[in-house]
Each structure stands twice: as structure tokens, then as C-alpha cells.
Design a protein. Structure first.
Ligand SMILES: *Cc1c(COP(=O)(O)O)cnc(C)c1O
Length: 432
């Protein structure tokens, strides 16, 4: 009981002290005190299965024991934690490890740019660099895209709610239909090509084409590999940089380290953040093709670039999970399990639901925000944390940790099914 009382007091403190802008504490009304792997504990003793994973920042689970060892050792040794972007052994080791285990294995060659710690700041850096290289101002972005909350990043994001909140005129981006936006029969890459090759289309020549291979916030919209390849080819043809925002879908989420490996793309710039540090510590970077690294020293600076603690955990994550193919294969298998189970749940509940995704990024499209919201809320009451996404927030997004065991995964999916059941029964009862 004492726990309940203190929980209520803390909830009241959040409501009275923290800005209205807070979001997740509304969707998940509890005080979370402990977390390990895929399980979070609330202060009043509830056990919650986490299928949100810090919006994709916790691909290796909460407080991953093996990664934690590396950072506690580092802290205990009094090695440099913050040093702006001065050279440290931690940074050298990260770049060497990433280069040999990730890049060289995939025949890729890139320079590392450590940006400010948010994904949005890395997007800003990528856009600035593209504009600097090409001397052009426009950027092609896609319907339902999400690239972050700073002004340049919002300008390339589709969501009207976020765009309006920016409060200024957002410029510098032209939106084109993403793959499937006009139905599977319409080739939107063909449309993009026509617009960009046409001297009279009214769309300014872009510095870059910025794309997510799977739109996370946009509703788990999966672009086909042929579409991605066409978009890359169009970028090449018109002298624009091809940028992949792999912030949410990278670091193994789709069953490969980079989400574009299945499509065998070769982006000019790759934007990484979220699960890069492996531990939920803030770390963002660009991978830039060597011949495009035309920054002048200090042209994109910042206080927290390449925080050493985050570099240490990022190195540990690569060393632990990406030395061979086994981890990626596990992601495919678990993803398959999750997808099949969700498809079964969808078809058992009529033909209104759609399941889409790749690897362990799967969306369950409820078609209406009401059903998605009620299901997510009920799921949380029953012990499962899931987020919603999509233009209407009508898609329930499944992003369990890639390290989750099948028992916990199944337990979470069972809770989801019960929550959906209950929601549909209540909706039907309300209608009759
Ligand atoms: C989360 C996200 C961002 C923004 O990252 P922040 O760290 O929130 O600034 C950009 N692009 C994609 C695809 C994301 O998922």
C-alpha cells in the first residue's frame, strides 16, 4: 500500500511539475522504477512487457548486462567521459570496431561524423552537407516521413500536427508519394522520376533525396526493394545525394544491421542514432561516403558529439552481437514468429486488420484510431507496453527488444490479443 501512495504522489508531481508537452507518461500512466531486458517494473509492483523499446532505442533490451559491464568498467577507470570531440581511445576503438565488424563485412566504406546526440541533429547535419555539396536548397522527402523535431528535420516530416507546432514557415522540402501511398498498383518512383527529370515540373532540383526504408512513425510502411533501388538511381541521375534515415530501422531492427542491406543500396549518407549506443545512451552519427566529406573543420559543431560512455557501449554492442550472422538470423526467426502470430490474430478478428513489417518491426493496422487507442490502453492495463503510429495513430507498433526470448514475446502477444478482443467486444456492445 505504501508503494501505491508514493506512486500516486509521484504521478501528481509529474502532472503539476512537468510541462503539458509530456507524452509517454500519459500513454503509460505508471511510475517505472526498474528495467531489465524486456521487462519493466513499476513502483507499485506491476510487471510490464516492453514492446516499445524506447521507440527503437533499446534494440538490445534495458540495462543489457553485457553492455553494462563495459560502461561500468569504463566509469570506474576514470577514463574521459566528456571531451567535446577530442580524440580518446574510446572513440578510436568504436570507429575501428564498427569499421571491421560492420562496414568491412558489408563492403562499405564511410567516414564517421559524430553529430549532436539526437537523431534530429544528425538529420540536420546530413541536410546541411547535401546542400553544401550540391549548392541546391531543396530536399525530396516522402509522405508520412518522420525525421525529427528541429526545424530542418520537421520541414522534411509529413505530420501536420508537428509541422504546425513548429510555428514558422517550413521550407526546403518537396514531398513525393512514398511506395504504396497511392495503392500498390501505382509506381510512385516513376512519378518521382518524371517530376525530377522534367524541366517544367515546378519542383526545384534537390540537394538530396531523404528516405526511410520502412517508415516507423509513419505507420510501419515498408518500401519494396525495387522502389528503393529506383529512388537511389534517380538520385544518382539528377546529381542529388541519396540519404537513408536508418535511425529507427537500423542496428538490426529489420534483421540486418542496416535496413537497406536487403535492397543492396549504397547510400551517400547513412543517418544513425536510437539503438546505436546499444544502451539507450544518446549517440548519433552520419556515415558519409569518403569523397563527399567536404566539411570545413567545425562547420557542424556541438557540445555533446560522440560522448565517450555512449561510444563504449556502442563498441560493446557491436562486439557482442555483430561478430557473425547468428544474431541477425535470430531476429529473422523471432520476427517471423511475431508476424505470423499477428497475422493469425488479424484474420481471427475479421478482415479489417492488416499486418506489415520486416524483421522485428511489425505494425498491426487497426484502420481506426479508436480501436488502436483502446487496444493499446487495455494492453497496458494488462501488462504490455505498445506504441501507436501512422497518420491517424491507427497502427499498433511492435518493436520488442531484438534480444527478447520467445516465451516473453508470446506472453506479450497473448496480452495484445486479449486487449484487442476486449476492445472489439466493447465496441460491438456500444454499437448494439
Ligand atoms: C526518432 C527518429 C528521428 C529523430 O530522432 P530524435 O533522437 O528523436 O531527434 C528521426 N528519424 C527517424 C526515422 C526516427 O525514428
Amino acid at each position: 500500500m505504501a508503494g501505491m501512495i508514493s506512486e500516486r504522489r509521484k504521478t501528481e508531481a509529474i502532472e503539476s511539475l512537468e510541462s503539458n508537452v509530456r507524452t509517454y507518461s500519459r500513454s503509460f500512466p505508471a511510475i517505472f522504477s526498474l528495467a531489465r531486458g524486456s521487462i519493466m517494473l513499476t513502483e507499485d509492483g506491476r510487471r510490464i512487457i516492453d514492446f516499445l523499446s524506447g521507440a527503437g532505442a533499446l534494440n538490445y533490451g534495458h540495462n543489457n548486462r553485457r553492455i553494462k559491464e563495459a560502461i561500468t568498467d569504463y566509469l570506474a577507470s576514470d577514463a574521459v567521459v566528456h571531451g567535446l570531440d577530442i580524440a580518446t581511445p574510446a572513440k578510436v576503438e568504436f570507429m575501428e570496431t564498427f569499421k571491421s565488424n560492420i562496414l568491412r563485412e558489408r563492403d562499405l566504406q564511410y567516414r564517421f561524423q559524430f553529430t549532436g546526440p539526437t537523431g534530429a541533429n544528425a538529420i540536420e547535419a546530413a541536410l546541411k552537407l547535401s546542400r553544401k555539396i550540391t549548392g541546391r536548397h531543396n530536399v525530396i522527402s516522402f509522405t508520412n516521413a518522420f525525421h525529427g523535431m528541429s526545424l530542418g528535420a520537421i520541414a522534411t516530416s509529413g505530420n501536420r500536427f508537428y509541422r504546425t507546432a513548429a510555428g514558422v514557415c517550413l521550407s526546403g522540402a518537396s514531398f513525393m508519394p512514398y511506395d504504396g501511398y497511392l495503392g500498390q498498383a501505382v509506381d510512385t518512383a516513376g512519378y518521382l522520376q518524371k517530376i525530377l527529370m522534367d524541366e517544367s515540373s515546378g519542383v526545384d532540383q534537390p540537394a538530396a533525396i531523404l528516405v526511410e526504408t520502412i517508415q516507423g512513425e509513419g505507420g510501419i510502411n515498408v518500401a519494396r526493394k525495387e522502389w528503393l533501388q529506383s529512388v537511389q538511381a534517380i538520385a544518382q541521375k539528377i546529381g542529388a545525394l541519396f540519404i537513408v534515415d536508418d535511425i529507427q530501422m537500423g542496428c538490426g531492427r529489420t534483421g540486418e544491421f542496416f535496413s537497406f542491406e536487403a535492397a543492396a543500396l549504397s547510400p551517400d549518407i547513412i543517418v544513425m542514432s536510437k539503438s546505436l549506443s546499444g544502451y539507450g545512451l544518446p549517440l548519433s552519427m552520419l556515415l558519409i561516403k569518403e569523397d563527399l566529406d567536404c566539411w570545413k573543420p567545425g562547420e557542424h559543431t556541438g557540445t555533446f558529439r560522440g560522448n565517450n560512455l555512449a561510444l563504449v557501449s556502442a563498441t560493446a554492442a557491436v562486439n557482442i552481437y555483430w561478430r557473425n550472422e547468428a544474431f541477425a538470423e535470430g531476429v529473422h526467426q523471432m520476427g517471423e514468429l511475431m508476424r505470423r502470430r499477428l497475422e493469425t490474430i488479424a484474420s481471427a478478428h475479421g478482415n479489417n486488420f492488416a499486418v506489415r513489417g520486416r524483421g522485428m518491426a511489425v505494425g498491426f493496422d487497426c484502420q481506426t484510431a479508436e480501436i488502436a487507442q483502446a487496444t493499446a490502453r487495455t494492453a497496458f492495463e494488462k501488462g504490455l507496453m505498445v506504441e501507436r503510429c501512422g497518420p491517424l495513430d491507427q497502427v499498433i507498433k511492435f518493436l520488442p527488444a531484438l534480444t527478447i526470448d520467445s516465451e516473453t514475446l508470446n506472453e506479450g502477444l497473448e496480452i495484445f490479443e486479449k486487449a484487442l478482443d476486449q476492445t472489439l467486444k466493447q465496441t460491438r456492445a456500444a454499437l448494439s
